[in-house]
Structures are given as C-alpha cells and as structure tokens.
Design a protein around this ligand. Structure first.
Ligand SMILES: NC(=O)c1ccc[n+]([C@@H]2O[C@H](COP(=O)([O-])OP(=O)(O)OC[C@H]3O[C@@H](n4cnc5c(N)ncnc54)[C@H](OP(=O)(O)O)[C@@H]3O)[C@@H](O)[C@H]2O)c1
Length: 275
C-alpha cells in the first residue's frame, strides 16, 4: 500500500449521512486512510463495499471498524482493533460524528450516551494512538447554542466556559433530569462543545474543535425540511481537520468560521472573536 503522506482518520457513524460523505472525501480528495466506523456490521460492510466499488483505486485505504459509541465496552474493543490494524503507525485524527437527533433518538439516556459520553470515551480510548499535533473534531450542532441561549444566565455561563470533566459530567447528569426532547439534544451538543474546551486543556498537543455541520438532509432530521446533501455538511469538519487553526477547543459554524457557544451565529455573518 502506498503510504507517503497518508493521514489515518477514524470517523464514527461513517456508514451513512454526513459521516459517509466525509469518508468518501477523505479517501478521494484528502489522501487519507479511513477507519469507517459503524455500530452495525451489515450497514458498515455495505458502506465500505459501496465506497470500494465506486473508487477501486483506493479500496485498500478503507477499513471497517465496529463501534457502538453509546456502549463503553464497544469503544474499548474498537480501539483495540484499530491499534492492532495500525501496527507501528499513528492516527492523524478522530472525527466523533456518530449522533442521534429528534428523528432517530430512542431514549434520553441513549441520546446523551451517544452524543456526549461517546465522544469523551472515544477520545480516552483512542488518545494513545494519536500522533503529536493530531486533531479531534466533534460534530456538534447549531442546536447547541440555539438551546443554550434560552437557558438561565448561570447555565449559559457554565456551558460556555471551560470546566473539569467531573464538573461538566455532574452538570449534565443533573440538567438532563429536566430536559424535554429538544433540550436533550441541545444539552448534549452544548455539553459536547464544552467537552472540547476541557479536552483542549487536558491534551494541549492535540487540536480539538467542535463544529456545526449545517442543516443537512439526512435521516437524523428526516421530516424537518433540510435540503442540503451530506457532502455539504463536511465543510467545517475538513477545515478543522486540515487547515492551520488559531485556537484550541473552539466551536465552528458550518461556514468554517469561529462561532460562540452562548448564542447563535448565522453562516455568512462576522466571525466570533471570543471574549
Ligand atoms: N443533519 C443535520 O442537519 C445535522 C445538524 C446538526 C448536527 N448534526 C450532527 O451530525 C452528525 C451526523 O449526523 P447525520 O445528520 O449524518 O445523521 P445520520 O444520517 O442519522 O447519521 C448518524 C450516524 O451516526 C450513527 N450512530 C447513531 N448512534 C450511534 C451509536 N450509538 N454508535 C455508533 N454510531 C451511531 C448512525 O448509525 P446508524 O446508521 O446505525 O443509525 C449513523 O451512521 C450527528 O452528530 C448529528 O448530531 C446533523
């Protein structure tokens, strides 16, 4: 296998939607080796086969990894499988894309496990394999700030500043007891962005970013009227994977511009400058 300049990237929830589009782009446009993760063997196998059939020249550069990011043991097993496959190589990046939303949720706990605890556990398990100056991209949502800006002043302040993992986890456990369905999703994505800030401090040699992909037509928002194809949901993810970034732990809008956590910022409006 040709190896010069190859970047090895793990993408969770890679079998469909934005994750699947990203896997294709990483493979064909970004000179990456892709670990396409799926929680389901059949869907994962079909996704890898579809990509290999479409791009036979790159078919040795994609590998299926089974992982249900809501299940801690599944993450540990996936990390072990990737470690064995990597051999002496290192990972360039992890994209925590797997998520559930209003149209795909099963329960409050499963949603928070997938959208919030999953990315934390993925980073914990995969960190030893990441190269120096590697990258982690959490796929967040504009629904994070959209929800947060309507909460109390104390909550807005808490979730838009950095904390220890223990403080953040305790906040989420307490707050999720009273969130409604949209609140579950908004809380999970606000807390995910806050997690990115925390991880940036804990692992300063790695650049963490949380991104909003935009309003994209996938099964996660089925019935809500999104029209943009999944390929347009990767702009900010790829920016945060490959461009020089001036800050660590930042939140990015779908236009690849820095955005605030405490309030919404529409794509195309001036970039958030921080406080
Ligand atoms: N679409 C939008 O407008 C939008 C907006 C803001 C943010 N996002 C975020 O973008 C990310 C990708 O979503 P999408 O729109 O592409 O939705 P999608 O088409 O439903 O894809 C979600 C992916 O995550 C996987 N997944 C769900 N739960 C999982 C779990 N417990 N373990 C492992 N994989 C799991 C799904 O697997 P299965 O195929 O097995 O279900 C699927 O591969 C999510 O984090 C979502 O919150 C999307």
């Amino acid at each position: 296998m040709e190896d010069s300049g190859l970047k090895r990237v793990v993408v969770t929830g890679g079998n469909t939607g934005i994750g699947f589009a990203l896997c294709k782009q990483l493979l064909t446009e970004d000179n990456c080796f892709v670990y396409l993760c799926s929680r389901n063997q059949e869907r994962g196998t079909a996704a890898v086969a579809e990509i290999q059939a479409a791009y036979p020249a790159h078919k040795e550069r994609i590998h299926l990894v089974l992982v249900d990011t809501s299940v801690p043991d599944s993450i540990v097993a996936a990390a072990e499988a990737v470690r064995e496959h990597l051999g002496t190589h290192k990972l360039y990046a992890i994209v925590n894309n797997a998520g559930v939303g209003l149209a795909t949720r099963t329960s409050k706990q499963a949603l928070l496990d997938t959208n919030f605890w999953g990315p934390k556990r993925m980073v914990d398990a995969f960190m030893p394999m990441l190269q120096d100056a590697g990258r982690v991209v959490h796929v967040g949502s504009g629904a994070g700030p959209m929800w947060l800006k309507k909460q109390s002043e104390d909550e807005i302040k808490f979730l838009s500043t950095e904390h220890t993992w223990e403080e953040l986890e305790q906040f989420v456990i307490k707050r999720m007891a009273t969130t409604d369905d949209f609140g579950d999703y908004g809380l999970s994505k606000s807390a995910l962005a806050c997690l990115g800030m925390t991880q940036a401090r804990v692992y300063p040699s790695i650049t963490f970013s949380t991104v909003s992909p935009g309003f994209i037509n996938t099964k996660l928002v089925a019935g809500f009227g999104a029209t943009k194809p999944p390929e347009e949901g990767t702009v900010s993810i790829r920016h945060c994977l490959f461009q020089p970034l001036p800050g660590n732990g930042w939140f990015w809008g779908s236009d690849a511009k820095r955005s605030p956590l405490h309030t919404t910022r529409d794509p195309g409006t001036p970039e958030y400058k921080g406080e």
